[in-house]
Design a protein around this ligand. Structure first.
Ligand code: NAP
Length: 269
């Protein structure tokens, strides 16, 4: 059996970071050697169910010299993720970044640093395998059906609307179709904004309610038929399998890969 990959988690005490600590520690191909979080008050992270103690530090730099990982999984903030990625690549550690909000210039810089160091790196705005499949299937359907709307549904605490996934799904669908979708015009609106936001002829509707996690439906309409592609995330553990896929693949790469779909081999659809 191959030696397990030594991995650390940046943002280990955050909402997603904690799920990563639990999920990565349960995989026999991974050796979870540490976590970093500025609010760490203890020196160790106590895994549930007697899973053991994992070293904790307040910064990734402190962790790199202490536990010498091969991969860093990052679910922090955009500012922290950029600084962490720079430090990781400098230390010969491959970053796997789920943190959102990195600018195109940030992504370009991480790509350049990875290329110069001949080191694999992954940035993926959505690590849910099912969500990536939903986007892939929507891209394929876009070639055949010319009318579509998206309903995305999220927990009430979500800061932004529409979700980044809904917006990029619409953009990918437009690209796959090669032309704007047929706009479904309504003659009379008796309530402002009731038809949602428009991206190249695709209406996006954002639902925010307590009890929801992250859900999206892409609805296509055609003559006498509809096609609905739906994905539901019921918890933050839904990101674990995609991150594990990226961790196991990044060690075989020597440059930046953007998007989990590339790791899944989904191509351009
Ligand atoms: P969160 O609960 O606020 O967790 C972020 C954690 O990172 C906090 O504990 C934060 O500490 C810590 N942190 C800040 N700077 C750090 C540094 N320099 N080194 C190490 N840790 C640091 O947020 P979340 O809900 O887990 O989300 C984290 C990020 O993941 C967001 O950008 C979110 O959009 C993204 N996300 C991506 C996916 C995906 O599939 N790609 C899925 C879900 C979420 P403080 O509290 O002290 O700031």
């Amino acid at each position: 059996m191959a030696t397990p990959i030594k991995v650390v988690v940046a943002g280990a005490l955050g909402r997603v970071g904690r799920e990563m600590m639990y999920g990565l520690s349960a995989d026999p191909d991974v050796d979870l050697v540490g976590g970093a979080d500025p609010v760490a008050a203890e020196d160790y992270f106590d895994l549930p169910g007697g899973g053991g103690l994992v070293p904790l530090a307040r910064s990734v730099e402190a962790l790199f010299s202490r536990v010498r990982p091969r991969v860093m999984v990052d679910f922090t903030t955009a500012e922290a993720a950029l600084a962490n990625a720079r430090a990781a690549i400098r230390a010969g550690v491959s970053p796997v970044i789920g943190t959102t909000g990195l600018s195109p210039a940030n992504i370009e810089e991480i790509g350049r640093l990875a290329h110069e160091a001949q080191l694999g790196a992954v940035i993926a705005p959505n690590f849910a395998i099912g969500a990536n499949l939903m986007m892939y299937f929507a891209r394929i359907a876009s070639r055949y059906l010319s009318a579509a709307e998206i309903i995305e549904l999220h927990h009430a605490g979500k800061a932004d609307a529409p979700s980044g996934t809904a917006y990029s799904t619409a953009k990918m669908m437009r690209e796959a179709r090669g032309e704007p979708f047929d706009r479904q015009e309504t003659k009379k609106l008796t309530l402002d904004d009731v038809r949602g936001g428009d991206v190249d002829g695709i209406r996006i509707h954002s639902v925010r309610l307590p009890g929801l996690v992250a859900h999206q439906e892409v609805i296509f309409g055609g003559q006498g038929q509809t096609l609905i592609i739906r994905h539901d995330s019921y918890g933050r553990d839904s990101f674990v399998p995609g991150v594990l896929l990226a961790v196991k693949e990044v060690v075989n790469r020597s440059e930046l890969v953007y998007g989990l779909d590339k790791i899944m081999g989904l191509g351009d659809g």
